[in-house]
Ligand binder design. Structure first.
Ligand SMILES: Nc1nc2c(ncn2[C@@H]2O[C@H](COP(=O)(O)OP(=O)(O)OP(=O)(O)O)[C@@H](O)[C@H]2O)c(=O)[nH]1
Ligand SMILES: [Zn+2]
Length: 339
């Protein structure tokens, strides 16, 4: 919504607002509280040639004449090529970046651009704003969400008549995730499994830019043929950056950047997904070992780290198109995907 929040910590107190949703009125109200920093990720700072003294975070000093458009242009790479000279940008070196980091993490959790205005407070906390203690919020954002299975029901599928959908709800109010259980898999044996990340464009629209839709259907079909399996449908659209940011990444790909470069220019890591979710769902359903349908070795490593044994990698090579050949090649080159 863009409503600023107050973050409190031992180091101090600050009002923070997402850069993406800042407008002239909000900016004026923030400026009235004191000088502001624009917190960006180290990734975004690299593109803007700004020094990130804190490594993962850069604290850009907001010039006194900077307006909402200037702020949004720093946060959003859409016009980087059209207006390359945004600097020179001065960044803060002294002091502590903990609240800036937390503000950026809140933006990410809201699936906004990872950039936040941060105004340290010396006076009283403005009335009417939500106050969040950093010592409570930071661990909550870093921890694996605690998930509860809320309901299960039969959903016969084209790929498998005997299918059930289980809905998992995180305690922290973030997105729900789903498990589709095919047949009645033996809990004592490794189950044929896929961790599928939501792809609105590929899964629903039949986009040719990725291989997600065919992978989803092929995984369900294989589980249907074998008579058992579990497909985890994780609502981590765009490798965890949300659909709006994924479409920003697509727009950058139209400018010539690849899928990894586009994420970095937006200020994100290549992959912002949390696969601990998948491990937690499998455990809750009673599975300790999987035969994992994937081409992504990072998924296997994450599962093993989360205590789920991967007895076998089952390749899932479907859906290559002329439009996604480059995307798949970049995933193989830069993300270690197996071909
Ligand atoms: N940020 C971003 N996300 C993308 C892009 N193309 C596809 N995605 C997302 O990437 C994810 C693909 O997920 P998966 O198919 O589960 O994973 P994978 O890492 O490719 O590994 P596999 O198991 O081999 O398929 C989905 O969340 C898509 O929305 C892109 O260009 N940029
Ligand atoms: Zn996709």
């Amino acid at each position: 919504m863009g409503v600023p929040v107050v973050l409190t910590a031992a180091q101090g107190t600050a009002v923070c607002a997402a850069a993406e949703t800042v407008n002239a009125a909000r900016l004026a109200a923030l400026r009235a509280l004191g000088p502001a920093d624009l917190a960006l990720t180290g990734r975004r700072a690299e593109t803007l040639k700004a020094r990130a003294y804190d490594g993962d975070i850069a604290r850009v000093l907001l010039p006194s004449d900077a307006d909402a458009n200037w702020i949004r242009a720093l946060a959003d790479p859409a016009d980087d090529l059209g207006h390359p000279m945004k600097g020179p940008l001065k960044t803060r070196r002294e002091g502590d970046a903990a609240l800036h980091r937390l503000a950026v993490d809140l933006c990410k959790a809201a699936r906004l651009l990872p950039a936040a205005l941060v105004v340290p407070l010396s006076g009283p906390v403005p009335e009417g704003l939500t106050v969040l203690p950093a010592e409570g919020v930071a661990p909550l954002l870093a921890a694996a969400p605690v998930l509860h299975r809320v309901v299960s029901a039969k959903v016969p599928l084209r790929a498998a008549r005997d299918a059930r959908l289980h809905v998992f709800r995180p305690e922290d109010g973030s997105d729900e995730h789903y498990a589709i259980e095919i047949g009645r898999p033996d809990r004592a044996a490794p189950v044929l499994s896929r961790l599928h990340s939501a792809c609105f464009t590929g899964d629903l629209l039949g986009s040719l830019k990725c291989d997600c839709g065919p992978q989803l259907n092929a995984a369900l079909a294989q589980m249907g043929q074998e008579g058992s399996g579990v497909l985890l449908y994780l609502n981590q659209e765009g490798r965890g950056i949300g659909l709006a940011n994924k479409m920003r990444a697509y727009a950058l790909q139209d400018q010539g950047f690849d899928t990894v470069e586009a994420n970095h220019r937006l200020g994100f890591e290549d992959d912002e997904r949390d696969f601990r979710l998948g491990a937690a769902m499998l455990r809750e359903m009673g599975f300790g070992a999987v035969r994992l349908l994937t081409n992504n070795p990072a998924k296997i490593a994450m599962m093993e780290r989360c205590g789920v044994i991967v007895t076998e990698r089952v390749p899932l090579k479907v859906g290559e198109t002329p439009q996604n050949a480059r995307y798949l090649a970049v995933k193989a080159e830069k993300s270690g995907h197996l071909l």
